[in-house]
Design a protein around this ligand. Sequence first.
Ligand SMILES: [Zn+2]
Ligand SMILES: [Zn+2]
Length: 498
Amino acid sequence: MPSVSPRPSRSVCVLFAAALSLAATTLRAQAAHAHDPSLDIELHGTITPEKIGTHETQTFQMPQGIERIEVELESPGFQKGMYVTVGIFDPERYRGEGRAKFSISTVTATGPYMPGPLVPGTWKVSFGFNYVAPGAHGDYTLRIHLSRQLDPTHYIALNAKPGWYMGDLHSHTGNTDAVCKSQSGKDVPCPVWKLLEAAASQKLDFLAITDHNTQATFNEMGQVQPYYDKLLLIAGEEVTTVRGHTNVWGTIGFLDYRAADKGFTVNDLFDQAHAQHALVSINHSYWPWDGHCPGCGWGWAPITDYSKVDAIEVINGYHEHGSWFTPPPGNGIPLWEAQLAKGLRPTGVGGGDEHRGGEQLSLHDGVGIPTTVVYARELSQPAILEGIRAGHVYVKTHGPDGPELLLNAGPAMMGDEVKAASGSTVNFTITTSDNSGARLRLYLDGKIVESEPALSSGKASYRWTSDGKRHWLRAELVDGAPGSDAIVLTNPIYLNWK
Ligand SMILES: [Zn+2]
Ligand SMILES: [Zn+2]
């Protein structure tokens, strides 16, 4: 007879531990996916030839507040003459059928299953006895793990090696406002695959999809990730408030974009995102808050608690774009440097802000323009986010083909801190793959270092004598044309920061 037992499920624990080992490096990530054995359920039953061509229904109780379930059927299997399928119904509707192992969360689900709220109450599981060979007999166990945390689908490592990984942290699909040409040349909502193909053709290692105020793309991302085994998809959202846009990277649930200055502000929004173990970034802060792009400029500036801001988009893909998005001259660097001057350390990042599925209408359109390059311990969502949080980042403003630019001081890299007593010297080394004659420009506390070190065979060094006080130094490569922008820029090395 079917039976239900609440005892812990070892195989699901093992699976979960495997997911954790991929994810786990930060305490945040570990805390996010801690396994609560009290939320494990097992359903048991028998498989006999008499059941062939029938269904058997069992039930379990879904408590309040569950964000994700993982389900795995253990049975002798088709090879032993027993083929059983699992269909699942919540108290209100059918959720899918067909796999022996699957997950369903509020925002994602495995293949044939449908994401959405995990409604509390009695759920039904329908076991379909598609085939039971004459004389075959066995037991089945369905292990169900309930979790109060969202989907670790994106905790997948595509490359286990530490290194510099190139990607784009800001992009849109037709699920919000990305538009591209249909087969007959009409402007239509741009399908996700166009964006992904464009990112793959740019040879990007990662792509954050940050649709406006929605996680509608998360499910498709989880489904297509196995195909894109060289392009890590990072879950994100551009939280689009009426006073500015902020990118949030991580596997998040609802974030309240209705932040308004009546008891709930953008600082509370940042707290909401951090509570979900995500990073936040201020986007295209330089845009005026006017009719060109309503709500796009950073209207929260007067009340923003910048200590809650993990990153600032220093270069946005619409920079110099020839459309109605055209911003005035400038970029996010002034806002970024203003925070550095206060002793904060938001990481400077780029964001392509692609809205055309990779269709290039001008020089500055396209996925990966700019490209953000992150030093990460592996190519996985948590590792990329850790690299961003650490400031181990430089930005190729013109795209992935731009040169590498590395700033070091001994073992310290950009984003790291160096302590130097007054009177001691720090030797910075700058390494680039550029051989086009670009000039190196160093900024100390936001001011150009007068004696620009010469680049010779892709290397330069800069010797600095410490006064024992707090400073920061960052590097840019600038091409030869007067007034031209940086083609690549690094995050700072921080001196005597604390
Ligand atoms: Zn925006
Ligand atoms: Zn955007």
